[in-house]
Ligand binder design. Structure first.
Ligand SMILES: Nc1nc2c(ncn2[C@@H]2O[C@H](COP(=O)(O)OP(=O)(O)OP(=O)(O)O)[C@@H](O)[C@H]2O)c(=O)[nH]1
Ligand SMILES: [Mg+2]
Length: 315
């Protein structure tokens, strides 16, 4: 690697570790961009991966994920917890303000030093969204954020990636979703550690919750014990209960005494294999790369292949 790049990456990584807010913002842009400096930075943050507790929030568009995250931040802040949010926006490269924006009180939140909010556009990261998001989470961890929320739209692929790295995944639904609810039941459900029925201030929430619970009853083992929690992100109803369920789940997934690295899938494979693979626009390759995130053997093969394809770089 270019000496200049290595030195710059070292300097930025140190500033991030010292907790300089501007340094984290810059590092996140670089990691997201994925250029030489961004990749060098990602490599420096790898050691920090797994130090935070990661809460994934996924579900169909409009189910109220951002409003819910905002309500959870309120709950956590009342308990003096600091929290960082990474919102993955699959549609448009909107700003963090707009993603979490006027509909919520996120604008106010960003004035709080103990809350950090950032959004990332999924566009152009077909195969590499996991690389960008995971790298960005690791940067946040390096900066000392120890509770991180990752919001993604459950639109087919990113939600599975979220579940792979999150310690606790919330699948958010709402009454009146129709086909979307069927999709949740068919697939996304598999990854939820807690099923949240949001908008319980509206008619039909109880029915949606019963529907989901009935389906869970048919399942075996741990899946049968997945809690279904009704909340209203706008009125705050049920948010305390949900926060308690999240705590329970996080406590159950913690391996070893408090303070040790949690039971997140190994960063070597579950996590960072994607970082070693190139971004691709090819859907077939992208699907293969995603599979590699949960298949160490495939990951190893792909990395070897990628390595053997690289031209010797005159360092
Ligand atoms: N009545 C009611 N409306 C809600 C509730 N939570 C969210 N909403 C509304 O639902 C709409 C969508 O909320 P968002 O939080 O933006 O939903 P989202 O899932 O983040 O949407 P995307 O990021 O676009 O996928 C907004 O108009 C919210 O005000 C709730 O608990 N009750
Ligand atoms: Mg949202």
């Amino acid at each position: 690697m270019d000496d200049g790049i290595a030195r710059r990456a070292d300097r930025i990584a140190e500033a991030v570790r010292r907790g300089e807010p501007a340094a984290l913002g810059r590092a996140l842009s670089l990691v997201e961009g994925g250029g030489a400096l961004g990749n060098a930075l990602s490599a420096r943050f790898r050691d920090s991966a797994g130090s935070a507790r990661l809460v994934g929030v996924t579900g169909p568009p409009g189910s109220g994920k951002s409003t819910l995250v905002d309500a959870l931040i309120g709950e956590w802040r009342s308990r003096e917890k600091r929290v960082a949010v990474l919102a993955v926006d699959p549609v448009s490269p909107r700003t963090g303000g707009a993603v979490l924006g006027d509909r919520t009180r996120m604008g106010e939140r960003s004035l709080d030093d103990d809350v950090f909010i950032r959004s990332v556009s999924a566009r152009g990261h077909l195969g590499g969204l996991c690389a960008a998001a995971r790298g960005m989470v690791a940067a946040m961890e390096a900066a000392g954020w120890d509770l991180i929320v990752l919001e993604t739209v459950g639109a087919g692929q990113s939600e599975t990636e979220v579940a792979e790295i999150a310690d606790c995944t919330l699948v958010v639904s709402a009454p009146g979703l129709g086909d979307e609810l069927q999709a949740i039941k068919a697939g996304i459900l598999e990854i939820g550690n807690i099923l949240v029925v949001n908008k319980c201030d509206r008619p039909g929430a109880g029915e949606t919750a019963r529907d989901l619970s009935a389906m869970l009853k048919l399942r075996q083992g741990e899946a049968a014990r997945v809690p279904v929690v009704q909340v209203s992100a706008t009125t705050g109803e049920g948010i305390g209960t949900l926060a308690a369920e999240i705590d329970t789940r996080l406590a159950a997934t913690r391996r070893g005494p408090p303070g040790t690295v949690p039971a997140r899938p190994s960063p070597d494979f579950g996590g960072y294999v994607c970082a070693g693979l190139p971004d691709t626009e090819d859907p077939a390759l992208a699907a293969l790369f995603r599979r590699a995130a949960s298949d160490p053997e495939l990951a190893q093969r792909l990395l070897e292949l990628a390595g053997s394809q690289k031209k010797p770089s005159g360092r």
